[in-house]
Design a protein around this ligand. Structure first.
Ligand SMILES: [Zn+2]
Ligand SMILES: [Zn+2]
Length: 242
């Protein structure tokens, strides 16, 4: 079910299968005609999200772009399915992972070869399924206007090389992808392109944002008062990440 976080920011919770399915956030002023999706979800998990948009009276023609916090399978798996429904939408990805997607290198998508074999045994899809045109390659530091709502792109490498977060200063709202979750958890740092030392720096950057609303891509969201939890999480993990 789609849920309003604050005016202009909506949450479509993921529906985990034997592999997790990422949440999707929808951004854009409700009376406008410019909406963005942040992340998509696991293979075959696109159609219920499109139905949720319909229930929220967001026409698919108003979806202008899909921004990926990073390109792991549980986030990008149903991008092809969603792009079939919104073929006009642009795809925005951090440069570090965009280059992989454009040359059809799916190593970051799968994260490791064991996981790739598992996924290939469970789903059938064409060989070049994870080759995409990326319309905008993000670097970090961009100030975006997403349908009337300002966000800064923050590059937070570590969980993967091109992980980003999206920060709205007014509400101290942070979409953290898989870098940090609620309740003391952080994203894993043993997959292709992960880097524990970089993750430590990224977490320290995140702790400095004084986050009030934390919107991670898995598990629960924290709709207010997240700062102490975020700082605690970062403090506890910092000594383990080198
Ligand atoms: Zn991930
Ligand atoms: Zn994930």
């Amino acid at each position: 079910m789609i849920e309003k976080v604050i005016e202009g920011i909506y949450w479509i919770p993921g529906r985990d299968q034997f592999i997790p399915d990422s949440h999707v956030y929808v951004v854009g002023k409700p009376d406008g005609e410019d909406f963005s999706l942040v992340d998509c979800g696991l293979l075959e998990m696109g159609s219920y999200k499109l139905e949720e948009l319909d229930k929220a009276n967001i026409p698919l023609k108003h979806i202008k772009r899909i921004i990926m916090t990073h390109t792991h399978l549980d986030h990008i798996g149903c991008l092809p399915e969603i792009l079939q429904a919104v073929p006009h939408a642009e795809v925005w990805v951090h440069r570090e992972e965009a280059l992989y997607l454009e040359r059809g290198d799916a190593r970051i998508v799968y994260g490791n070869s064991m996981f790739e074999s598992l996924v290939r045994s469970q789903y059938s899809f064409p060989k070049d399924y994870f080759t995409f045109k990326v319309h905008r390659k993000l670097e970090g530091g961009e100030e975006l206007d997403l349908g009337g709502i300002p966000f800064e792109v923050i590059h937070v490498p570590g969980h993967s090389a091109g992980s980003i977060g999206l920060f709205n200063r007014e509400h101290k709202l942070f979409m953290s992808g898989d870098t940090i979750y609620a309740d003391g958890a952080i994203g894993r740092y043993d997959l292709v392109s992960a880097d524990p030392a970089a993750l430590k720096n990224s977490l320290e950057k995140i702790a400095g944002l004084n986050i009030d609303i934390l919107l991670p891509c898995h598990n629960r969201i924290v709709n207010g008062g997240a700062d102490a939890m975020v700082r605690n999480t970062v403090r506890q993990w910092a000594s383990l990440l080198t």
